[in-house]
Design a protein around this ligand. Structure first.
Ligand code: PGA
Length: 237
């Protein structure tokens, strides 16, 4: 039994109105784990409001001379338990490589944090039939025997309104699960990300190897996000 996890990736946006209030849909639910990934600016306020919040990136380096970065150690000290690693926008905008992402994941684990690691292929890679080999390579350097969460986010589905079909997503999720070591095969949660919204969440979350969602655009709309959480709650596997 894997408890569903629905995570909000607010990207470079302010916290949605009402997100910090008592009836916020971003609060953890009895049947569904809910996490928010705000910008660094909003992190402290989210934690103070008792949301489960983590950063969208943290540097594996120790605090020191790294202008513009925030270290995993500082994030841990702030009280975060979760951290997003290797989002495709970080890979594209900041040139993060698989090795960089692995270093972040290891640094998070060493500090007792839980990384949510993103993988996924581009449109060209899928067209060329390379989606599985791309994802396999992205996973290769990660400590898959550890307690981490994986988010499969096909790059072509992120923020585009295009979603992987439930069957294609399930196929990839099952493939990712097959690559996990035996000790983690049943326990590791694998989230789907890429234009998840209330209209498609049920079909996606119904798939046996899809354990939740990493939600971008729809996570900025509290009502839509709340609906996705309720759909996940109603679908307990
Ligand atoms: P999207 O973003 O839901 O807007 O496609 C998902 C993500 O980038 O994590």
């Amino acid at each position: 039994m894997r408890t569903p996890l629905i995570a909000a990736n607010w990207k470079m946006n302010p916290a949605p109105a009402g997100a910090l209030g008592t009836s916020s849909p971003y609060r953890t639910h009895a049947a569904v784990d809910v996490i928010v990934f705000p910008s660094f600016l909003d992190l402290k306020e989210c934690l103070a409001a008792k949301l489960i919040a983590g950063p969208q990136f943290a540097s594996p380096e120790e605090p020191g001379a790294h202008t513009g970065d925030v270290s995993m150690t500082m994030i841990k000290t702030l009280g975060c338990r979760y951290v997003l690693c290797g989002h495709s926008e970080r890979r594209a905008d900041h040139g993060e490589t698989d090795a960089d992402v692995a270093a972040q994941v290891i640094a998070a684990l060493e500090r007792g944090m839980h990384p949510v690691v993103c993988v996924g292929e581009s449109q060209e890679q899928r067209k060329a039939g390379k989606e599985k080999s791309v994802v396999k390579k992205q996973l290769a350097g990660l400590p898959l025997e550890s307690d981490i969460t994986i988010a499969y986010e096909p790059v072509w589905a992120i923020g585009t309104g295009k979603t992987a079909t439930p069957a294609d997503a399930q196929e990839m999720h099952a493939y990712i699960r097959s690559l996990l070591p035996e000790n983690r095969r049943n326990g590791t949660r694998i989230l789907y990300g890429g234009s998840m919204k209330p209209e498609n969440a049920e079909e996606l979350l119904k798939q046996p190897d899809i354990d939740g969602g990493l939600v971008g655009g729809a996570s900025l709309k509290p009502d839509d996000f709340g609906k996705i959480v309720e759909i996940a709650a109603a679908m307990q596997k």
